[in-house]
Each structure stands twice: as structure tokens, then as C-alpha cells.
Design a protein around this ligand. Structure first.
Ligand code: PBG
Length: 326
């Protein structure tokens, strides 16, 4: 046997890290934080072990915990005190995200990103205004163009509260452009937009919908979120968001969509974010609890794979645990 090329030579402990192609660091990570206006104590989220919904009064303390691990950015989600057809608590000056954002930006050094969507705020749980009789007619869906104005108002209210970045997640056509224009007109031209640009209609969001109380009361989201069967369409979606002024391009979910992360990385020069969603977190926890896999190792490997596929930033419920381990 005459083996001149032996890749194993570069796998010894001394050289492994020198030749490693991908690095994961705490500063790549964004930790989601749930702020709940309906409670005055911290409530554990059952399907997402280690995560909680916290009242506004605990938002600063919760974010400080994140910062202590070395993670520098958070994504705020809100659970409002009440819901209605139009989701009017989404853009209220004294809304839950607005109040939490004001406190967290004033009292901590965290980079604060806010999720801009309607589904936690509407009584029907859809990501915008629904058509009349949508409840009984499954062909009816969210009114796209009327929803744009509400998303724009919501994003501006977050910026007014001090948000460093806004992240629209409703998959409304034109959402990035509408938000960019409204931010610019209100003097927030320096607030960037991280668009949930290629967001799929995914069963991996299950635990989040418990956490944020945002499951649709009827129907599903397939009329506005992407079909998991489609990859070329992701490039079309992302192209539209780039044309409308998106600063960071997100693919969501992450693990089952690494081909999309890679495709977006290759096609665009913008920073790419991957959202390691609630179901991806829950499944590793469930398997680890049964003793079938090691939690820290599978979590680390998953996040490393996202970076290897081309993600620059990762939104993940593992942020604090992984940052601690690093
Ligand atoms: C709001 C939103 C969702 C998630 C992030 N923003 C839920 C959804 O679209 O149903 C999911 C996040 C996760 O599962 O971790 N539209």
C-alpha cells in the first residue's frame, strides 16, 4: 500500500484547531427572550426546558443573564395582555415589547432585536389581518397589503422604544419595503432590518407556539409561509427582500434547511442568519432526557453545521448554554 495522501495526519490534537475551517463563538449567537404582559412572575416553558416567559419587570434581569454568558444580542418576543382581530397591542406605545425594549436598551449593553409580527397579538393567531369568513373558508387568508401598514407601525414603535434592529417574520409580501420606508420617514434610517426572508411553513415551530401563545386558532400558515418543498423559491423571496432594503437575510428553520442557508450564502453578500428554531431545541432535549444523545455535543455540532453551511449569525435557544461551554 502506497498512501501518499493521508488526511489523518491533520487530525492530531496539536493541529486540529489550526486547520479547522469553521469557528463558533458566543458573539455569533442571538438569544430569544420571551416577555409576557400577562404574568408578574417568571413562568417556565414546558416544551423548551430552561426557557421562561418573564414579566416586563424581569426583562432586564433576564437579559443580564444572557450577557453574562458572553452572548451580546437578544431577540425579544412579546405576549400581550390582550388580543384583538387587528393585533393592536403590537404597535402600542405601552405594549409589552415596547416597554421591555425601553428598559433593556436603557439599562443594559445588549444589542436588542425585536420580532415584528402580528400572530402573538391577533385573536385568531394569524400573522396579519384575516379576510372576512376566513374561519369557515380554508381558501381565505391574511390580507397582504392591509397588513403592511400595521407591520410598519409596529416596527416604528419598536424603533421609537430604542430597538437596535427590527426583524419582520410575517412573510407578508412587501414587508421589508414597507418597514424600511416607515423607519426612514420617522427618522430611524440607521435601524437595520433582519428579514425572516426565507421562512418555511414548518412543524418545527410547535414549541414556540406554546411559548408565545401564537398558534393559529383556525387553518394554518401555508398561504403565507413557504412550502418546505421549495428551494429556488427561497432565492426569489430573498431577492425581493434585498431589493426592498433588507440588511440581514434569515433562513428559518435551520437544521432541516441547511441547503437553503448555503444557497443564500452563495447568492448574496449580505450577512446570513439561521434560526435554530424551537422544535430543533426541543428534540435534542427530549432525546438527551431519554439518555439517547448527549445534549451539549449535539447542540454544538448543530450550530457548527449552520456556520459551516454559511450562516454568520445564529438565533438559538442554546445560545447561553453553548456560550457557557465555549
Ligand atoms: C412569529 C414567529 C414564529 C417563530 C418566530 N417568529 C412562529 C411562527 O411563524 O409560527 C418561530 C420560532 C421558533 O419556533 O423557534 N411569526
Amino acid at each position: 500500500m502506497n498512501l501518499t495522501d493521508r488526511p489523518r495526519r491533520l487530525r492530531t490534537d496539536g493541529i486540529r484547531s489550526l486547520v479547522s475551517e469553521t469557528n463558533l463563538s458566543a458573539t455569533d449567537l442571538i438569544a430569544p427572550v420571551f416577555v409576557d404582559a400577562t404574568t408578574d412572575e417568571r413562568l417556565p416553558i414546558e416544551s423548551m426546558p430552561g426557557h421562561e416567559r418573564v414579566p416586563v419587570s424581569e426583562a432586564v434581569a433576564r437579559v443580564e443573564e444572557v450577557l453574562e454568558t458572553g452572548v451580546e444580542a437578544v431577540m425579544l418576543f412579546g405576549i400581550p395582555e390582550s388580543k384583538d382581530e387587528r393585533g393592536s397591542r403590537a404597535w402600542a406605545e405601552d405594549g409589552v415589547v415596547q416597554k421591555a425594549t425601553r428598559r433593556v436598551t436603557e439599562e443594559t449593553d445588549a444589542y436588542v432585536i425585536t420580532d415584528v409580527c402580528m400572530c402573538e397579538y391577533t385573536s385568531h393567531g394569524h400573522c396579519g389581518i384575516v379576510e372576512d369568513h376566513a374561519e369557515s373558508d380554508p381558501t381565505l387568508t391574511v390580507k397582504n397589503d392591509e397588513t403592511l401598514a400595521l407591520l410598519a407601525k409596529t416596527a416604528v414603535s419598536h424603533a421609537e422604544a430604542g430597538a437596535d434592529m427590527v426583524a419582520p417574520s410575517s412573510m407578508t409580501d412587501g414587508m421589508v419595503g414597507a418597514i424600511r420606508e416607515a423607519l426612514d420617514e420617522s427618522g430611524h434610517e440607521s435601524v437595520p432590518i433582519m428579514s425572516y426572508a426565507a421562512k418555511y411553513e414548518s412543524a418545527f415551530y410547535g414549541p414556540f407556539r406554546d411559548a408565545a401563545d401564537g398558534a393559529p386558532a383556525f387553518g394554518d400558515r401555508r398561504h403565507y409561509q413557504m412550502d418546505p418543498a421549495n428551494a429556488r423559491e427561497a432565492i426569489r423571496e430573498v431577492t425581493l427582500d434585498v431589493e426592498q432594503g433588507a440588511d440581514v437575510l434569515m433562513v428559518k428553520p435551520a437544521l432541516a434547511y441547511l441547503d437553503i442557508v448555503r444557497a443564500v450564502r452563495e447568492e448574496f453578500d449580505h450577512p446570513v442568519a439561521a434560526y435554530n428554531v424551537s422544535g430543533e431545541y426541543a428534540m435534542l432535549h427530549a432525546a438527551a432526557e431519554k439518555g439517547w444523545m448527549d445534549l451539549d455535543e449535539t447542540a454544538f455540532e448543530s450550530l457548527l453545521a449552520m456556520k459551516r453551511a454559511g450562516a454568520d449569525l445564529i438565533l438559538t435557544y442554546f445560545a447561553e448554554d453553548i456560550a457557557d461551554a465555549l
